[in-house]
Design a protein around this ligand. Structure first.
Ligand code: FE2
Length: 260
């Protein structure tokens, strides 16, 4: 955990840019996705092909039965993914800054590729939980080396749904993979059926500007945000250029991943 890694102004610039993206985003298209009989198939496709796009994902309970939003779009979006770092100039500049590049080198990523980015809102009152997982379950490479950079763009506390992690949990190996099966559907391939020892979770409360480095094997989660304060975060996942990127990961793009 690195306190003060990002300046206040950098955090604010990302937040302001996202506010612009959200204001330009027309959720009307999403309404059709969520109100059709083919809802699941289309929603799955919207997610699965988002690896090289900027797409908006809603909180699970954001919609009324008629497909309209319960609250304003600004208060309904769960996250934006998964190529902000490539497609948006503000996020590109931040994600490819010298200090992040230097950090990647310092932790042994000599020729890193930026695999995915997410802007996570953790909305006030309705921010959903994310259950305990390892990021390598979703972005698998051989060898299994992945690092998640988690930037707090606001103070993250127990009250507004900060990260929790199991210290040393990365030494237990990879518990499962989320793989594309022959029919194109995603399914979990389980190597270790033991549940996570969630009694060992510790909260990672951090101030705005802090960076949390997450080994791809470190089990972590976050709880719901029932507080009146949001908990915005930006995440970036790095892989090694010389590692084998699994062709059955969900995240596939026509263009290769880019470095710094
Ligand atoms: Fe994660």
């Amino acid at each position: 955990m690195l306190e003060g890694f990002a300046e206040d102004e950098e955090c604010d610039a990302l937040r302001e840019r996202v506010a612009e993206l959200v204001s330009e985003f027309d959720p009307a298209g999403m309404v059709s996705i969520f109100s059709t009989n083919e809802q699941n198939r289309i929603a799955d496709e919207y997610f699965m092909s988002s690896g090289d796009k900027i797409r908006f994902f809603f909180e699970e309970n954001a919609f009324l039965p008629d497909g309209t939003l319960k609250q304003t779009k600004e208060r309904s979006i769960n996250k934006i993914g998964h190529a902000l770092h490539d497609l948006d100039p503000v996020f590109n500049q931040f994600s490819r800054s010298e200090k992040i590049k230097d950090l990647a080198t310092a932790i042994g990523f000599e020729s890193p590729l930026l695999a995915q980015s997410m802007y996570i809102f953790k909305q006030p009152n309705i921010g959903g939980e994310v259950s305990c997982h390892q990021d390598s379950t979703f972005i698998y490479t051989e060898p299994t080396e992945l690092v998640g950079l988690w930037f707090a763009l606001e103070d993250a506390t127990i009250a507004n749904g900060c990260l929790w992690a199991i210290p040393g949990g990365h030494k237990r190996g990879l518990k499962s993979r989320w793989v594309r099966s022959e029919n194109g559907k995603m399914q979990f391939q389980t190597f270790d059926p033991e549940p996570w020892p969630e009694n060992e979770l510790v909260p990672l409360e951090v101030m705005k500007g802090s960076l949390i480095l997450l080994n791809g094997l470190l089990p972590h989660r976050s709880f719901e945000n029932r507080s009146p304060r949001s908990r915005h975060a930006y995440t970036l996942h790095l892989i090694h250029a010389n590692a084998k990127y699994s062709p059955d990961n969900w995240l596939q793009r026509p263009e290769p991943f880019h470095g710094f």
